[in-house]
Write a protein that binds this ligand. Structure first.
Ligand code: MG
Length: 216
């Protein structure tokens, strides 16, 4: 869903992180296997539970902060481990997650190109700020960003219009000066558009990041 881009208007680009810059499933599997090394085969159960809860969060049923607490509990209960295992699993997963950094093909090159063209770049993601910044740093792409707007720091989750409004305020930008790029129609595209920001949908099944952004 490519909008009618008026590229000379944009001063800045907001970029989603998971499944736009960093490859979510391999990162998730890596953190899971570090947190529960004795049962790597349980990853599919874990992924299904967390996926459902994050999907519910996109539609306003939970906050992302709530999901971060809910999915370890539900997973540990589902595999029949005692409740005392919830916190160790949760902490081990988060610690490992903060270093996961498998890049989506073309992500670094896209940032390099956009930066060279003079755009101000900002990351915009639903998660913990310190963990997302750590992951960008491990991936070698943190220096491309002037700032990172992460929901737990901002106080609202995408697609809440207040997430985008607060990001604009922090960056001293007007909505028409910004383009949002992300892989979620709900949180990235519709959320940004509700705040008056143009958005570019990255369909991971079809698009290459470099091709998608070549005319910017
Ligand atoms: Mg995403």
């Amino acid at each position: 869903m490519a909008p009618c881009l008026v590229k000379e208007m944009y001063k800045a680009i907001f970029v989603d992180i998971d499944d736009t810059l960093l490859d979510y499933i391999p990162c998730c599997r890596e953190a899971f296997e570090a947190a529960l090394p004795e049962h790597p085969e349980y990853f599919d159960i874990f992924f299904k539970i967390s996926g459902r809860l994050f999907s519910e969060a996109k539609h306003g049923q939970h906050t992302v902060a709530e999901v971060m607490e809910l999915y370890p509990k539900e997973f540990i209960a589902t595999i029949g481990y005692p409740v005392e295992k919830v916190d160790p699993f949760k902490h081990a997963f988060r610690a490992a997650w903060g270093t996961t950094h498998t890049l989506v093909p073309g992500a670094k090159e896209m940032l390099e190109t956009l930066k060279a063209k003079g755009y101000r770049l900002f990351a915009a993601s639903n998660s913990f700020g310190h963990l997302q910044r750590s992951r960008l740093e491990h991936a070698g792409i943190l220096p491309y960003f002037e700032d990172t707007f992460i929901s737990m720091d901002i106080g609202y989750d995408k697609p809440d219009i207040r997430f985008y409004q607060e990001a604009l305020r922090r960056a001293h930008l007007q909505p028409h000066e910004v383009l949002m790029i992300g892989d979620s129609m709900t949180t990235d595209v519709l959320g940004a558009q509700a705040a008056g920001i143009d958005a570019l949908f990255f369909d991971r099944q079809k698009d290459s990041l470099l091709e998608l952004t070549k005319d910017l």
